[in-house]
Design a protein around this ligand. Structure first.
Ligand SMILES: [Zn+2]
Length: 79
């Protein structure tokens, strides 16, 4: 028989109960961020006029429909 102190037993119980919840939270957060990145993949912000527009093409320098500036393809940064 394995002797375990009460505090160690409580720690094991908490790890077993909270571990799956923490893992599910991490998994759902990973899925949410992945969906968000996929949704904003083609959304660009113009460097000159700060207008946002969608460009589903794969051109390297998409042209802003508002001012006509060529912009580099970089994702939107989150605040
Ligand atoms: Zn622009």
């Amino acid at each position: 028989m394995i002797r375990v102190s009460l505090s160690y037993l409580i720690l094991i119980y908490l790890l077993l109960m909270l571990g799956p919840i923490f893992g599910a939270w991490l998994f759902s957060e990973w899925r949410r961020q992945r969906r968000e990145r996929a949704a904003f993949r083609h959304i660009l912000r113009c460097k000159l006029c700060a207008g946002e527009y969608a460009d589903p093409t794969s051109t390297i320098l998409p042209r802003c429909p508002h001012c006509g500036t060529l912009n580099e393809r970089s994702g939107l940064s989150r605040l």
